[in-house]
Design a protein around this ligand. Structure first.
Ligand SMILES: Cc1cc2nc3c(=O)[nH]c(=O)nc-3n(C[C@H](O)[C@H](O)[C@H](O)COP(=O)(O)OP(=O)(O)OC[C@H]3O[C@@H](n4cnc5c(N)ncnc54)[C@H](O)[C@@H]3O)c2cc1C
Length: 451
């Protein structure tokens, strides 16, 4: 006989795992099943797939004030969770790191000078703007060999963090112990059907019933949403991101300025939380016709999630008319040409950060990189920045490009609240407050849908 669960979570990335943790520790939900087709934390959340940055909004030059407040409030939950970890687990999951956003040339220098005015610094007193000499003290290789007449400026913080989000997902699962919690690895959801009360979730192994279902399955979430008739106003662009690496030359994280309303970070250089002897550069930006890295069989589901209609076509035209997006797509097209691409990536991106790095120093990070499920709002004909939550009756769908991993606990909270409300069960706000919240305003920001 099939079992009925209060909640079924599809996807064991950092968001599905954060939801499981929140349900198990702060609600009286009796039974939860998490279904993961691969391994916990092995999708976009794996440390090789993403840039490992805890985005709080202080060095992200493409964020609006509202986005900064929302991102920072969400990301700080991870730091609070990190305080509960000990010893090696803590060390390998979350680490402090210095970071900066670097402006190169007149236009970018002016942009940073304008953005980091007195008002901004009041919001982030730990941020310090610095010129060439000071940059040279904290990141010597950013200055070494740079033309004397090339203007540079940085907004710097010594209080950044890098996170192994894949390990964090595993930590959430390990701290979700409670009777009634079940995690099934290697079980893939193939379809979902609504029934009178709840849903029947069919997998490659079995059938399960869930009174409330949450899809935290990357781009696949939109595919399943559309199979149930939701998300008609949304479309999807799978934006692949790859990395290169060299021997370690950078001490922390050095981001480049991102301009306009581009919904992802510009190329940056990072230390790697698991490989301290290298510096990583990326991610590149390539639009790919599948939902998962190197999974060409997901192309059909990608087309279904995208929905090839007039509105999608018109949105794509509008998006590619944006000057900044055009510039990024054109240069990344060049970067994808074998051998020559690496040369241009070095000259146009890496050497803007580390001027002395040579062609032979740079290697393609073949096991790294991932896919950002970048959502298109067809009504606005625009790409959405960050996570998109899509709700239906007794069901939620989460699509999370960057900085989605930094918002995992916020998403976990939102879906846990949505599930308990729908199922008429309790959410222990007092307990949650004690662990995560400093005031009601913060709680309000956290419980607002991401989009
Ligand atoms: C290049 C790159 C750089 C990034 N850098 C950052 C960064 O620095 N900071 C940041 O905060 N974010 C960053 N991100 C974004 C971040 O990686 C994602 O927002 C986050 O990992 C999404 O988590 P998730 O749990 O939604 O997805 P995932 O980690 O992809 O998890 C989804 C899971 O669902 C499973 N699944 C899919 N379909 C099914 C099915 N049918 N049945 C069962 N299981 C299924 C998958 O196997 C997978 O494990 C970056 C992303 C990329 C690609």
């Amino acid at each position: 006989m099939e079992t009925t669960y209060d909640v079924i979570v599809v996807g064991g990335g950092v968001i599905g795992s954060a939801l499981l943790y929140t349900l198990s520790n702060f609600t009286d939900v009796k039974s939860v099943l998490l279904l993961e087709k691969g391994w916990i934390g092995a999708g976009s959340s794996s440390s090789d797939s993403n840039s490992q940055t805890l985005h709080i909004g202080d060095i992200e030059t493409n964020y609006s004030t509202e986005k900064i407040i929302e991102t920072g409030t969400a990301a700080r939950l991870i730091l609070k969770y990190g305080k509960t970890l000990k010893g090696e687990e803590k060390e390998r999951t979350i680490q402090p790191v210095q970071k900066m956003v670097l402006g190169v040339g007149d236009e970018e220098v002016e942009l940073i000078e304008k953005r980091y005015d007195r008002r901004f610094i009041e919001l982030f007193p730990h941020i310090k703007t610095m010129g060439r000499a000071e940059i040279g003290k904290v990141e010597p290789m950013v200055v070494k060999g740079r033309a004397a007449d090339e203007k540079i400026i940085a907004a710097y913080s010594k209080d950044g963090h890098m996170v192994d989000f894949g390990r964090l997902a595993n930590s959430f699962i390990a701290n979700s112990s409670k009777d009634g919690i079940k995690v099934s690895i290697g079980e893939e959801v193939v379809s979902i059907k609504k029934r009178d009360y709840g849903y029947v979730v069919k997998t490659n192994k079995s059938e399960h019933c869930g009174r409330f279902v949450v899809f935290a399955a990357g781009g696949y979430s939109l595919y399943f949403a559309k199979s149930l008739g939701y998300g008609k106003d949304l479309s999807l662009l799978s934006v692949g991101g790859n990395f290169y690496y060299s021997r370690k030359v950078i001490r922390g994280k050095v981001y480049r300025v991102q301009k306009g309303s581009v919904p992802f970070a510009a190329v940056h250089a990072d230390v790697d939380i698991n490989r301290k002897n290298i510096t990583r550069y990326g991610p590149t930006v390539n639009v790919v016709p599948y939902l998962e890295k190197s999974d060409y069989e997901s192309a059909y589901k990608y087309l279904k999630a995208m929905g090839l209609d007039k509105e999608t076509a018109s949105s794509l035209i509008n998006i590619t008319e944006d000057k900044d997006i055009q510039r990024i797509l054109e240069s990344n097209l060049v970067y994808s040409v074998p051998e020559l691409g690496k040369y241009f990536f070095l000259k146009e991106e890496v050497n803007k950060i580390v001027p002395t790095l040579k062609y032979g120093d740079l290697e393609f990070f073949s096991q790294g990189g991932g896919i950002r499920p970048q959502i298109i709002d067809k009504r606005k004909r625009k790409l959405v920045l960050g996570v998109v939550d899509l709700g239906g009756e007794g069901i939620e769908f989460c699509m999370a490009p960057s900085p989605g991993a930094s918002a995992c606990l916020k998403e976990g909270l939102r879906y846990a609240l949505s599930a308990t409300k729908y199922l008429d069960l309790d959410f222990n706000k007092g307990r949650y407050y004690k662990m995560f919240c400093d005031n009601e305003r913060e709680y309000r920001i956290l419980t607002k849908p991401s989009y």
